[in-house]
Design a protein around this ligand. Structure first.
Ligand code: GTP
Ligand code: MG
Length: 282
């Protein structure tokens, strides 16, 4: 994968470091489809020892049983973890998350009170990889559309404070990736889920990786969606899908690029079913 680490990531890193001192609680967002691969290994260092909550976003696109298992796993490690669908934001979800934030802030509020400080505002920083749903979550929690959102990475460019319920302030941040993936698979998973700018990835390569993943881990999904056979190399399968969809160039040639763009789009949009690509450690 070429040039996938954009220059503004270093700026975001600085932004986190500069603002971490101002916040009481950190909410780390991870994508429920990749609950492990979407966690930035640099964050632990950047957020120091702040109380932390993990929120798995896009639960509507992930396998519900897998999400449950991941939440249990994180909770068993002593990490408070919740899952959300911030697009169809349910009141119950909002209440639970706000309760978790307030609970995490109790020791800090106590400390402040002991020092005679009356300010009861809980300041919360929202961090996570690009496109994970940080701004969408903030809009859901604040019941306002104050944070810009979009279905591609890199929408939020700078920091933005948003107030809610009089006692909580949320700091929206740009997404952050890390310079080197420990495992190439992580790069593919992040590209497949939409965290890496499509302009810098080879979409045919990603589409074929998705096909291979589906064939190995969720057989039937391709057949169900496209009516094609799942036996064969990813390129053959992508070619068959293109034919089915009528993505043809001149002559008998198929338009693989168009097929790849479509497949990635449908995969991300949940048209191939709810999928979780990370498995729990044994
Ligand atoms: N299906 C689904 N889509 C979601 C959810 N949360 C966010 N999205 C979508 O994900 C895309 C990215 O959302 P943003 O809130 O802009 O993501 P972000 O993390 O702020 O992204 P950057 O600012 O670019 O880092 C948008 O198209 C949202 O509608 C969710 O819970 N479920
Ligand atoms: Mg954003």
């Amino acid at each position: 994968m070429i040039q996938w680490f954009p220059g503004h990531m270093a700026k975001t890193r600085r932004l986190i470091t500069e603002n971490i001192k101002l916040v009481d609680v950190v909410i780390e967002l991870a994508d429920a489809r990749v609950p492990q691969s979407s966690r930035n290994p640099l964050l632990a260092e950047l957020i120091e020892r702040k109380p932390q909550i993990i929120v798995l976003t896009k639960e509507d696109l992930a396998d519900a049983n897998a999400t449950e298992r991941w939440l249990k796993y994180y909770n068993s490690l002593g990490l408070k973890a919740l899952s959300v669908n911030a697009v169809v934001g349910k009141k119950n979800t909002r209440d639970k998350l706000l309760e978790a934030i307030r609970k995490k802030a109790v020791p800090m509020l106590q400390k402040r009170q002991n020092k005679g400080i009356i300010n009861k505002t809980v300041r919360t920083m929202i961090v996570g990889i690009p496109n994970v749903g940080k701004s969408t979550l903030i809009n859901f929690l604040s019941r306002k559309g104050a944070a810009a959102t979009g279905d591609r990475p890199g929408i939020t460019r700078g920091k933005q404070w948003i107030k809610l319920d009089n006692d909580i302030e949320l700091l929206d941040m740009p997404g952050i990736l890390w310079p080197k993936f420990e495992d190439q698979k992580i790069g593919y998973k992040l590209a497949a889920s939409g965290a890496i700018n499509d302009e810098v990835i080879d979409r045919q390569e990603i589409a074929m990786w998705i096909i291979a993943w589906l064939v190995n881990n969720a057989p039937d999904r391709i057949t169900k969606r496209y009516g094609t056979n799942e036996i064969g190399e990813p390129l053959e399968i992508l070619t068959a899908i293109c034919r089915r969809r009528g993505f043809l160039l001149s002559g008998a040639e198929v338009d693989l690029q168009k097929g790849a763009v479509m497949l990635i789009d449908e995969f991300r949009g949940g048209k191939l079913g709810r999928i979780t690509m990370d498995y729990l450690p044994e």
